[in-house]
Structures are given as structure tokens and as C-alpha cells.
Design a protein around this ligand. Structure first.
Ligand code: BGC
Length: 341
């Protein structure tokens, strides 16, 4: 049984209330707010049965209103990068706001992470709805979005559904920053990672996929056997992982990744219906943000597993489709399972 408790988290400057939902099972306590559908706290048990918060974030709403790197948020309408913020759909050209070098990232200047969603308490969880207007952040079509978080035992499930009035690219994910040793721990070097991917997408200097789909075999991106993150990051020519790993092309649930933190015994396994996962080792954190309980978050102090469509897919016909047409339903799910070993 999961208990769901509803509380007030804070108020926006226009007086609107941001609510907080605590989903609680015997294994997991998850706090999620109606601003950005942000997971603000996620406590799981270690091998001794002690709960610790394993996601980065802030103690109060103010932190989430200021500039931050999408801690815990639902990201959209299109998560990840679109080259030069440009794409064409149905013979029409679109230009999105540029907010990451020459590119558009994570839905634009005011993406889904920065809007107030309408919450509804449901059995074992909470459902958030939001209607993104036609033309919002440059995207075509009115998009009605539903994000549902449910907690059952040791598993947190996120389901994303959407319908559009005009053809639009779409790619929704959750951008939680995990540290299985507890948020505020210095780095993730003692974590072991396994990603069930035979290919990855190399990127150019602006972090846009070059278009090649490269086998991981014989590269530092071969994570098909668990590797320790500290030594693996040291082998990379870049300062950490920030790449899309290509999962199997099935729309069914598939096992995607497993992260093990030996000292605490915590294990995170992720399954998803999506064709990719951005494995990001928080390379751009620099210790300048003041996080929960006064924690500072230096480079490599967390990892993200952003299950997703492949970056810049709207401009790369060889990548799996990201266009949603009127009359179709976008329906994707990711499962985060927490256990100990
Ligand atoms: C990107 C990173 C970026 C981070 C925060 C990730 O999805 O791949 O490059 O720094 O989000 O915006």
C-alpha cells in the first residue's frame, strides 16, 4: 500500500500555490511538486534499512524558481538538443528560442520544468496535467500532456501521455540527478553502471549527434558489463558521459540500465518504453548552487538517466521518429526500481 499525502510547498509570485505530494511505501518516500512535476526528494533504504535522500535539489521553492540545471523536473516539449533550434514539419519551418550554445535545449526558455501543472491525487500516486498552447516556445500545435507518478513497493513509475492539434516533435523525460550514496556526497566515482546498449551516438563540439550510430564494442561506451564510474570517466576524452545510448527499437518495456553503489548496497534499475537514454554524469555542475541542507554539488556529484527519444531526431530521418500527429497518442513509461544488494 502506498500512502499519498498532499501539502503546500510554496507560492508563486502571482499568488498561485505549488502543491507537494508525498508518496510513501515501505521502501521509498518520494516528494513531487506541481511546479515542473519536480521530484524534490527521493528517500530509499540502504542495506541496513536506513532511508537517505538520493536526489539533488533544493529545500524550498525559491531554489527551483532560480536558474538551475533541471533538478528532478519533467522536461519538454522536447527534451535534449535540437540543432540551431530549427526544424521543418509539414513543409513549414520552425525556429525555437536558442538557449544552449547555438541550440535549443529542454523545451526552451520556459519549458515544462518551469510551469505550474494541475495536480490530481490518484491511487498510489499523483497525476499532473498541462496544456501547452499552440506556438508556446515556438512549437506547433496545442499539446495536452498528462504525467503520472505511481509508487508501488520499491518501484516508482512515470507515465507520459500527450495529444496534439498539429504535428509536433515531442520527447518527455524526467531529469533527476541521483547519487546513491545520498545527495550532497562528493562524487559518483564508486558507483558501478551497466547500460544494455549496443550503440551510442557520438556528438560534435556543440553536443549535437553527428548522425552516426556507432557500436559501443571496443570503446569507453561499452557498458554492457558493469564498470566503475570513476575509472571509466577517467578514460574519456570529454569530461564525463553526456551521450545518448541507443536501446532496442521496441515500444515495449525493456531493461535499460542498472546502477550499483556497493558501500550503501543501493541498486537502481531502470526500464523504459523509449528508444534511448541520455547518460549524463553532471559534468556541468560546478559547486556554485546551494542545495538541500546546505549541500554543494560539484562536477560528477550525480548522474542522470534521461530515458528519451534520440537527440535532434526531428532533423535526422535515420533516427527513430519523434513526431506526434493529430489523432495519435504519445504514451511512454519509465520504471525506476530501488533495491539493495
Ligand atoms: C544534457 C546536458 C545538460 C543537462 C542540463 C542534459 O540532458 O545532456 O548537456 O548540461 O541536461 O541542462
Amino acid at each position: 500500500m502506498t500512502s499519498v499525502t498532499r501539502n503546500i510547498f510554496g507560492n508563486l509570485s502571482d499568488g498561485k500555490t505549488v502543491e507537494m505530494f508525498l508518496l510513501e511505501s515501505n521502501f521509498v518516500k518520494a516528494e513531487i511538486i506541481s511546479f515542473g512535476c519536480i521530484i524534490t526528494r527521493l528517500e530509499t533504504k540502504d542495506k541496513h534499512g536506513n532511508f537517505t535522500d538520493i536526489v539533488l535539489g533544493f529545500d524550498s521553492l525559491e531554489g527551483y524558481l532560480n536558474k538551475h540545471p533541471y533538478f528532478g523536473a519533467v522536461v519538454g516539449r522536447v527534451a535534449n538538443r535540437i540543432a540551431n533550434g530549427k526544424f521543418s514539419v509539414d513543409g513549414q519551418d520552425y525556429q525555437l528560442p536558442i538557449n544552449n550554445g547555438p541550440n535549443s535545449i529542454h523545451g526552451g526558455l520556459k519549458g515544462f520544468d518551469k510551469v505550474l501543472w494541475k495536480p490530481e491525487e490518484i491511487e498510489n500516486g499523483v497525476q499532473f496535467s498541462y496544456t501547452s498552447a499552440d506556438g508556446e516556445e515556438g512549437y506547433p500545435g496545442e499539446l495536452k500532456v498528462l504525467v503520472t507518478y505511481t509508487l508501488l513497493g520499491s518501484e516508482l513509475t512515470i507515465n507520459y501521455k500527450a495529444r496534439t492539434s498539429k504535428t509536433t516533435p515531442i520527447n518527455l523525460t524526467n531529469h533527476s540527478y541521483f547519487n546513491l550514496s545520498g545527495q550532497g556526497s562528493e562524487n559518483i566515482y564508486d558507483h558501478e553502471i551497466f547500460i544494455d546498449a549496443e550503440h551510442y551516438l557520438p556528438v560534435d563540439d556543440n553536443m549535437i549527434p553527428t548522425g552516426e550510430i556507432v557500436p559501443v564494442q571496443g570503446t569507453c561506451f561499452d557498458l554492457r558489463k558493469p564498470v566503475e564510474l570513476g575509472s571509466q570517466i577517467a578514460k574519456l576524452s570529454r569530461n564525463g558521459f553526456d551521450h545518448n545510448f541507443c536501446l532496442r527499437m521496441t515500444e515495449k518495456q525493456q531493461y535499460c540500465t542498472r546502477v550499483y553503489h556497493k558501500p550503501s548496497g543501493r541498486v537502481l534499475t531502470v526500464r523504459t518504453t523509449k528508444p534511448g537514454v541520455q547518460f549524463y554524469t553532471a559534468n556541468f555542475l560546478d559547486g556554485s548552487l546551494k542545495g538541500k541542507g546546505g549541500a554543494v554539488y560539484p562536477k560528477h556529484s550525480a548522474f542522470c538517466l534521461e530515458t528519451q527519444a534520440w537527440p535532434d531526431a526531428v532533423n535526422k530521418p535515420q533516427f527513430p521518429n519523434t513526431l506526434l500527429h493529430p489523432g495519435e497518442e504519445y504514451d511512454q513509461t519509465t520504471w525506476f526500481n530501488f533495491s539493495v544488494q
